[in-house]
Design a protein around this ligand. Structure first.
Ligand SMILES: Cc1cc2nc3c(=O)[nH]c(=O)nc-3n(C[C@H](O)[C@H](O)[C@H](O)COP(=O)(O)O)c2cc1C
Length: 371
């Protein structure tokens, strides 16, 4: 029995999470030139798997080569990708306590750029870049002009998401998050700022939601019944006339009806005109409204850095899970420290038992080993 909501278990379909802490997807730009996982992933995901978090997602993983942001994005577009990432999954399971999720994505019109620390500058085809795809042939600020996807391209992309999910299953992942946020392909179809089509994938909100729902249905139909499937949304575009929280509530309701298990409430990324003010928990109200009005489980994310802050978000019913990205990179022992602060137990690998303050002479909190 836990003292806090943060360290209470949570069930998603057949997956029981030992606590409510999620490692948010974090692009590492460290795959090899074919998009395969490397030793960096072993180290990065390996140490976060033993952090005590209940669930950990991989970075956004491309379902097609042209769906990458940079040439060093992680990919899952061919069977060649399964073995390298399965090595990481097995390693994390052997030594860690977190359940494991993969985030699947297609970068759309934000693709073919240099890695983050080189400024995400467009890479031309001559320099080894690739054609980028979008709902409409309109560039994201500072990026190349994309090609508008036709019906064949849309069908191929939807099929690629489903095949990627089958490979993620073969690699041993417990859950998937579809990346429908941050201005990437799915979000660029949702938003009226980037989707100016006049076919069944554009115009009305119903039509703009079609790609997100098609991708969801295609994955759900091949993803094992017992395994949860969710979607990350940009709850708002932060631009007047853009995708709104009411739109996100409607899409989340539809996703729940289609069998979706959770929505992660992120925001922004589709327009350089976004008026975004960042402060602690700045996206929590979106997770709260989506949860309350659509009835779906939500993951809150965005400047959640304190144990009591995270616990309050959960205990007051604003979200079901909390995800951390920068805070977790800065302090990969965040769940251990939070468990100590809240008087709870958490996964510790036996090799590290003696780091727990209770092993320094006191006897007030015993670390719990879950393996
Ligand atoms: C280095 C880095 C890489 C990220 N990569 C991804 C990603 O691959 N997919 C995604 O949905 N969000 C990505 N994000 C966003 C985070 O998952 C998270 O939503 C955001 O940073 C806000 O949470 P935080 O305040 O805890 O960092 C990334 C963030 C950082 C800092």
């Amino acid at each position: 029995m836990s003292n806090s909501t943060l360290f209470s278990p949570f069930q998603l379909r057949g997956l029981e999470l030992p606590n409510r802490i999620v490692v948010s997807p974090m692009g590492q730009y460290s795959a090899d030139a074919q998009g395969r996982a490397t030793d960096w992933h072993l180290m990065h995901l390996g140490h976060l798997a033993m952090s005590g978090s209940g669930l950990m997602f991989t970075e956004a993983t491309a379902v097609q080569p042209e769906g990458r942001i940079s040439p060093h994005d992680l990919g899952i577009w061919s069977d060649e990708h399964i073995e390298p990432i399965r090595r990481v999954v097995d390693f994390c399971r052997r030594h860690g306590g977190a359940k494991l999720g993969m985030q699947l994505y297609h970068a759309g019109r934000k693709g073919s750029v240099t890695v983050a620390w080189e400024g995400q500058k467009p890479i031309s085809r001559e320099q080894g870049g690739w054609s980028i795809w979008a709902p409409s042939a309109e560039p994201h600020a500072g990026r190349a002009t994309p090609v508008a996807l036709d019906d064949t391209g849309i069908s191929r992309t939807v099929a690629a998401f489903a095949q990627a999910a089958q490979r993620a299953d073969a690699a041993g992942f417990d859950t998937l998050e579809i990346h429908g946020a941050h201005g990437y392909l799915i979000h660029s179809f949702l938003s009226p700022l980037s989707n100016h089509r006049d076919d069944r994938y554009g115009g009305s909100r119903e039509n703009r939601m079609r790609l997100a729902l098609d991708v969801f249905d295609a994955i759900r139909s091949v993803w094992p019944e017992r395994k949860p499937l969710g979607m990350r949304l940009s709850a708002v575009d932060w631009v007047p006339g853009g995708w709104s929280i009411e739109d996100s509530v409607e899409l989340s309701t539809r996703l729940r009806e289609h069998g979706c298990d959770f929505v992660t409430a992120s925001s922004g990324g589709v327009s350089s005109d976004q008026l975004l003010k960042v402060h602690p928990g700045y996206q929590v109200p979106f997770a709260e409204q989506i949860r309350r009005e659509s009835g779906i489980a939500t993951i809150a994310v965005g400047l959640i850095t304190e144990a009591r802050q995270a616990d309050e978000i959960l205990s007051s019913g604003k979200a079901d899970l909390v995800a951390l990205a920068r805070g977790m990179m800065f302090n990969p022992r965040w769940p251990w420290h939070s468990a100590l602060e809240l008087g709870d137990s958490v996964f510790y690998p036996k090799q590290y038992d003696r780091s727990h303050p209770s092993m320094r002479g006191g006897d007030f909190l015993k670390p719990v080993r879950e393996s």
